[in-house]
Design a protein around this ligand. Sequence first.
Ligand SMILES: O=C(O)CCC(=O)C(=O)O
Ligand SMILES: [Fe+2]
Length: 251
Amino acid sequence: MTNLGSEFSDGYVQSIRQDYDRDGCYVFREVIPRDRAFELGVELKQLILDRNTDVQWDGEFIDSKERANSKIFDMHEVHEVSNNFEALRRDPQILSRLAILLGGPVVYHHNKGFVKPGAHGDTYGGKFPPHQDYPFFPHYNYNMLAAIIYMTDITEDMGPVKVFPGSHTDGPRQTAEGRPYIDASEFLPEDALTMTGKAGDMVAFNLNTVHMSGPNKSLMDRVSWLLQVKHPDAKNLTEYREPNEGEVLWS
Ligand SMILES: O=C(O)CCC(=O)C(=O)O
Ligand SMILES: [Fe+2]
């Protein structure tokens, strides 16, 4: 029996599972204290900007001007250089909630921090086209999720994640020719749930839930940390393994 923590009543667990199974996404507010999230955000931003790796995706979903002017910085396996992020990877407040969504033990896949920089002159934080995460790391039975923890407040103008509720139910979808993302005409931003939130909030979504995010045109940098985890039954369908994949974080 997976430890779901005594703070959750059976009724609460059931209602979370019902919503998550139906929508393919769930938001937990204040999973870590706001002040702590801001502190972690300062550390994460420094680590990411020091590495200066722009990870905007290839493809025709942005024109050449937008590609030249917008940036997204990321860093993988943050916990390998930060004790604070190693503690966060093992945080019971986070893992007990993810265990509810997965319906069992929480097995690690990877983590990454993001900075979508705010607008400075012509430059601003870039966007992600509508996509499922499945093509990046295909797993059997799809019981895998991304949990994004906000390290700053994230408002509408900061390029928050937008999630299409129920889009996970038909499994992996056709992608644009030769690309990992879905043609933008099939998923219009106005049909999505916009996941604005406060530092310390966590949004989680299934491997097959279609999501996207817009540009950061605000003056504030958008900082977030993504933890990708899975149920033990969700077997990796490829040969590739992430460096720390398979570690049981919560059982
Ligand atoms: O943080 C975001 O805007 C989305 C990131 C994302 O979807 C991904 O890395 O696959
Ligand atoms: Fe994604």
